[in-house]
Write a new protein. Structure first.
Length: 175
């Protein structure tokens, strides 16, 4: 990205509320890199150095035949909640660390019969892993926990728990 584009992006980030900024940044990135994410229309509800909360709306696009969130939409929500923290850690460090999720464990406890919120509070561990990958050039794998809830129907009670293995490595090109 050119320095002019980078400055414009940084300025836009200062002006927009985090919900809009995070959602717009995610959707722009997804449009270019992973268009499948756009189908679920994720909304970034909160994004800080320590925590990310992403909402996947329950719509015709994201529900299954039982009028609950489809398993593919769960995967998008968990991926985005954990991935955004890693992307932000890499971006704030100005490092050329790229990420991918190498595996996933999921435990489904109840149906997502309304908008599902995915929360990842692994920011400190992710930042440390990004720093290690950037400094050593070696691949770093860490487990990242994400919890799914349906606040409108079940409050803070988890309806699903995920553990994704985040794999980080410094590349030779800037991402």
């Amino acid at each position: 990205m050119t320095s002019l584009a980078t400055r414009a992006l940084d300025r836009a980030q200062e002006l927009l509320p985090i919900k809009w900024r995070g959602t717009l940044m995610l959707r722009a990135w997804a449009f270019v890199k992973v268009p499948m994410i756009l189908w679920a229309r994720p909304v970034v509800e909160d994004l800080s150095a320590d925590r990310c909360v992403v909402r996947i709306p329950l719509t015709r696009r994201t529900k299954n035949h039982q009028n609950a969130l489809y398993i593919g939409a769960y995967t998008v929500g968990a991926d985005v909640a954990g991935g955004l923290l890693a992307m932000e850690a890499s971006r704030s460090r100005k490092s050329d660390v790229v990420l991918i999720f190498k595996d996933m464990q999921a435990e489904f406890l109840a149906r997502g019969e309304d908008d599902v919120w995915f929360t990842c509070e692994e920011g400190p561990a992710i930042r440390a892993a990004v720093a290690q990958a950037a400094d050593t050039g070696e691949r770093v794998n860490i487990p990242v926990k994400i919890t799914a809830t349906v606040p409108k129907k079940r409050g803070d009670r988890a309806i699903a728990n995920f553990v994704l293995t985040l794999s980080l490595k410094r590349t030779s090109k800037k991402v």
